[in-house]
Design a protein around this ligand. Structure first.
Ligand SMILES: [Zn+2]
Length: 483
């Protein structure tokens, strides 16, 4: 499972980008003083109806984005067809913004209003009836958005291309999300019905995300621990997709697996710790909120399973040692009864810690909202992987959440990118989309590559049908024959 921390800070990988569209628009968007801010679903989901909420908000007005499927199906009156849109996008990337505007708007071959639709922006109702120039600022945004996007590499389209890339690549980056663990019965946090959040209503929180809010945790850790037992990785099982990542490692092809998941299941499959970056932390270790004493996650699992709040053994020892000291040396709680400022909780000096003689709570090292992401992510990506990677495979995530969402943009654009998930994403262009249950997709890819992906969840005589998606030469749907 994965979830969304809300990081803060300055470096590219720590920007609180919770929405990839914001990255796209981060380029010079201040076209003629239109301030565009992107709003979208706050958290990612791997469920089937993910992309539904994409909008741009322009001060009071909300501008709708158009999906490629809507263009393909002719659902937007006056809009480009999907073929026209794709041609305009290719042309923009080929000639640049200035030349593109010259040969379209200046020569009046197409209206600005219609061009907006080619780049996925719905002409807003408030501009209806206005002269075509009124659409200029909006079009400028649309062009910048498209231009900052990685264009699809035209030479990779088919399943055979994907198989060949797998066989020939030597340094593969695999990005994973909740979708690779759902076949194990681990709930996808954010999907509306099956997700964990729906189970949290009885806790009476104003927002279920508060369970993973560091401030709420410091105030009342029992809220988190009341559900932690449900998300704790217990059995040593793993999915065929985890097995696939291990297989890439065995073949010497796995550069790094960046995972948004906190379940640490990669380890069960045998993926080496040095090959994994857990972008949102994991249950593998836990740290005392007071003294920072760190233990293996296993050490507190029993207490979590029993519904207890695990306490720091080191803190407890020092409190007990302190209790044996002569009374006169013991610090007393201040007489005015003031509580310490919660904000300074962690910064408080050792002396102050004696004011309230309770051991610190052991917090699993998953990244909560309001906490910084592990530094390892950006460092490894920029200083190590960026130079080496020759293929990116994204599996089981709609790739809308930082920092993983930023990976395809940070890598050189010539590196091929393959997407494996149930539903395609429109906000970032992959070279090949392999759609379906990711366990089924990877097992079929291995079959075609002549690789032995042995896993008890893959039926021995499994037959998989692969069908192209109409209107897309690089999208293919994988389905088990007879399923
Ligand atoms: Zn402690």
């Amino acid at each position: 499972m994965d979830f969304v921390p809300a990081p803060s800070g300055g470096t590219p990988v720590k920007v609180p980008v919770v929405e990839v569209e914001a990255v796209d628009v981060a380029e010079p968007v201040n076209a003629e003083s239109i301030a565009v801010e992107v709003v979208s679903s706050e958290y990612e989901t791997d469920s089937d109806d993910s992309d539904g909420l994409d909008t741009l908000s322009q001060s009071e007005t909300t501008i709708q984005l158009i999906r490629d499927e809507q263009l393909r199906d002719g659902l937007v009156p006056g809009a480009c067809s999907l073929e026209e849109a794709v041609a305009f996008r290719k042309r923009l990337h080929a000639v640049g913004k200035a030349a593109f505007v010259e040969e379209t708007l200046v020569r009046e071959t197409v209206t600005a209003k219609k061009l907006c639709t080619a780049f996925g922006i719905m002409p807003p109702a408030f501009l209806e009836g206005e002269p075509d120039e009124s659409y200029g600022p909006l079009l400028a945004i649309a062009l910048s958005r498209e231009f900052s996007r990685r264009p699809k590499l035209p030479e990779y389209n088919t399943v055979d291309d994907a198989v060949r890339l797998l066989r020939e690549s030597k340094n593969i980056i695999v990005l994973t999300g909740a979708g690779i663990s759902t076949s194990l019965g681990i709930p996808d946090f954010r999907s509306k019905d099956t997700g964990l959040y729906s189970k949290l209503e009885h806790l009476g929180l104003s927002d279920p995300q508060e369970v993973f809010d560091i401030h709420v945790f410091r105030e009342d850790p029992s809220i988190f621990f009341s559900i932690a037992k449900d998300i704790l990785p217990t059995e040593k099982k793993y999915s065929p997709t985890h097995g696939f990542i291990k297989l890439l490692q065995d073949k010497g092809k796995l550069l790094t697996n960046y995972t948004q998941n906190i379940d640490n299941i990669e380890a069960n499959a045998g993926v080496l710790p040095e090959k994994i970056v857990q972008c949102h932390g994991s249950f593998a270790t836990a740290t005392c909120v007071k003294c920072k004493h760190r233990v293996s996650g296993d050490a507190i699992f029993d207490e979590i399973k029993e519904g207890k709040i695990p306490e720091c053994s080191l803190c407890r020892q020092s409190i007990e040692a302190d209790a044996l000291k002569p009374q006169g040396l013991k610090r007393k709680r201040s007489s005015n009864g003031d509580h310490k400022d919660r904000k300074n909780f962690e910064d408080s000096s050792d002396e102050e810690d004696y004011e309230i003689p309770t051991p610190g709570v052991m917090k699993p090292d998953i990244t909560f909202f309001g906490e910084d992401l592990p530094d390892e992510f950006g460092h490894r990506l920029v200083h190590h992987d960026r130079e080496l990677a020759d293929l990116v495979i994204v599996i089981g995530t709609s790739l809308k959440v930082a920092p993983v969402a930023e990976v395809p943009g940070i890598l050189p654009r010539k590196i091929p990118q393959i997407y494996i998930s149930r539903t395609p994403v429109s906000h970032t262009g992959f070279d090949i989309d392999l759609l379906g249950d990711c366990d089924v997709v990877v097992s079929e890819l291995c079959r075609r590559a002549g690789w032995n992906l042995d896993h008890h969840m893959i039926p021995v005589n499994e037959k998989v049908d692969v069908t192209p998606v109409e209107g897309y030469e690089s999208r293919h749907v994988f389905q088990v024959n007879g399923a």
